[in-house]
Design a protein around this ligand. Sequence first.
Ligand code: AP5
Length: 219
Amino acid sequence: MTINIILLGPPGAGKGTQARTLVEQRGLVQLSTGDMLRDARSSGTEMGRRVAEVMDKGQLVTDEIVIGLIREKLESGDAPGFIFDGFPRTLPQADALNDLLAGMGQSIDAVIEMRVDDAALVDRISGRFTCGNCGEVYHDTTRPTAAEGTCDVCGSTDLKRRADDNADALKTRLLEYYKKTSPLIGYYYATKQLQPVDGMADVAEVGRQVAAVMDGIGR
Ligand code: AP5
């Protein structure tokens, strides 16, 4: 059975952290538009330069660009299912995703909404760093590396902080979330696909709540 889920939540809610666990434990494919756009910006193309400018300010990239990126991935091969991480972020993106999946005879099985207070988001974003080699996500206080400066998973010393993880960009990212993305909560509530989890709990407990949603799919 193919399973497609959306992880929906504000910046720093823990979408990427939970997506990586689902990839590991359930073999699903993570489609993070944030990661795709960061790849595009490092490509040095004109499109990459335009994307970088928008991301660094904390604004949303155009629907046309992100829908194009998702379309390319969905068309590039079969998978046991997809975790949409950071996509959709607008109502037109949600409609486009429904259409793309319908064209493959598929649909969204659950939209997991990760609920986290704004104050906790600021803490999470300001302490985050990731491994530039394998993408593992860390935090200065809640999830430091075992050996300082070295990734626990792959041993790389290429640990990075994101250009948009600063107070100014975060303010804009939160505003963008409340203006353009939070209407999706009502949308997926109306379609009976919304499954809220307590994103304020620790990573393991959030993982248990996400697993319970996954286990309930199709029952
Ligand atoms: P994107 O990369 O998607 O960023 P985001 O949505 O802002 O989300 P984050 O990656 O910041 O957070 P997360 O929820 O994955 O949290 P994480 O697990 O890392 O987007 C970046 C930009 O790209 C956007 O601003 C926009 O410009 C553009 N973009 C992307 N998609 C787009 C789209 N569809 N349309 C238009 N533009 C788009 O966790 C954060 C930290 O908290 C980590 O340090 C982690 O260790 C820690 N943590 C995680 N869970 C917990 C927990 N339960 N308790 C304590 N700490 C925790």
